[in-house]
Design a protein. Sequence first.
Lengths: 540, 125
Amino acid sequence: MDWECCWSKDEITPEGCPYIGDGEEDLYTSHRRRVVEKCVECPRFKNDLARLKSTGHPLAEVLPYILTEFQEQKAQMGAMLSFLNSKTREIKFLREVGLVLQTSLDLDEVLSVAMTAITAGKGFGMNRAFLLMTDKERRNIRGYLGVGPKNYEEAWHTWEDLSRSNFTLKELAKNFQKTKLTSEKVKFHDILSLLTVPLSDQGHIFNRALRSKKPILVENALNNPDLDRGLARILGVDTFLVMPLISRNRRIGVIIADNCITHKPITLQDMQSLETFAFPVAFALERASLYERLQEEVAKQKSANLKLREQQELIVKMEKMALVGKITSSIAHSIRNPLMVIGGFARTLLKGTAEDDERHGYLESIVRETRQLEEVLSEVLDYSESLFPVMDLWDLNKLLSSAIDELGTTLEESGVVCRQELANELPMVRIDYKQISYCVKTIISTALAAMERGGELKVETELDGDGVLVRISDSGTALTRQAQEALTAPFYLTQEMGGGVGLSLCKTILERQGSSLSIMNRPGGGNTYSLRLSTRKEAI
Amino acid sequence: MTQLLVVDDEANIRLLYAQELSDEGYQVVTAGSALEAVEKLQSNAFDLVVLDIKLKNESGIELLQRIVKERHNLPVILCTAFSCYKDDFSAWLADGYVVKSSDMQELKDEIKRVLAKRQKAQTAG
């Protein structure tokens, strides 16, 4: 008989069967496989069977039974294979996620993997997920991170991008951590900020899920009188899953997942898979946050150690300073007293010696040289004191008034009138009283030197940001730029001790106290000395 | 006649003070220790005390505190080898401060100033 289908032929040409496609060319020559794979489903074969039946062949009655049974078995095999494939994929996915979760100590990495796994199509395929974590004080559960599209447009955009790319879950998570972690937090800030719930609120669904250690599926939330509608309103969906995160009986947080875009129902299987997944996530989150806290503690410890070392160094330095203080004080006494006796008696003798007496000149030399030595001593002592300022809060106006008072006689003798324009209600300044008092007196003395024929000395204060500005002006001869520079040049460079180091030392003292000294010519003649003293505590 | 008590543990310096201040017209009594000073304070009516802040084995500051407490009207001028006296706030109780110098003009001026101030206060009071 001439059959329509090719089942009776050992070998065929491509025209022999239209159902053999590209890549299946080996079926042209493989008779057995061609019959099992193609002919049993071929309409031509069915026609051939009908023709066989019409010939009354006894096999034609039983053959369809065998054929149907074979086809059913084949379909079942196919379904099982596809199930097996999907399970293999799921295991592979869980393994991949598990590996990161088990090994990572980086909180951001754990978060990225967990949230990507929940929302990625390759993972659990939920549209959106929120992570809420228990705060450090263990008082509240707070919204921490949201992941997913905000609207349809963004959803299609993102999903289209993802379908084109062929990233593994791990790559997706890494990408998310790198480019989206921060922006997603910002994107969902409004929702996250509304999700804070006290751990003591027993009736709240988050706490109920944590207590029962079981996920809760909320459906039709807006019409369910037993449920908190507020949460549904915040999320903008009426079906969502609340998944508790618990590690070793510790309440780590909650994950909320929903399908806000597709509104695909959340199945029991989704819930079960997510529940299995929640354990390693909770554990990894706890571990990572503990590690983060440990890092913080280590950093604190490190900075405490550093501070301790600095303090120790300071103590050593202070001991050295105290020693320097003792030495200077001892030098001061053991040199100053003999100098005073030598010079003092020389002066007494000088008074009783006639000018033509040859001893008069000798005595004058003793007086002069002693005076010189005393000046050197004062300067050395002033300098050594200037090295160690004692900073405290002082009223600058009072300091200025008392310095002017002290110099009252000198002012009077020089024929100089002092005008004080001190601002009211100035804040206290942080200074070493003695040193600044010394500076002020030295500046006034320098100003007086410029007013040999008398004049006016003006002392002003004014508030200047977080400091106080002091201006001391004379009405004397204006200093040239060179003279100004020479006055304030570092004394160890240009001058010898005993040669008058006043302003140079002032400048050094002020700079060491975080201040500065400037000299300017005053419009209309004279000079203005300005210094600015800070109210803030500064490291010296 | 204005009577001054000068307290310093160095005999030569006491001698110098005595000579120079007598020349200024003051009657000068000297003491070489805090104990001697206290004794002399009890038996004389002084107008002013010139006190070295650093006495051998004693503190001039303590003596100052005692004078201020017991004779609050008696002015005191502190003499010091260098200006560290302001470290001790109780030194601020003194009426005047002078850094020791072979040129005693500063001390003489300071004595005049303090006495005049005291005089003025008493006249006003």
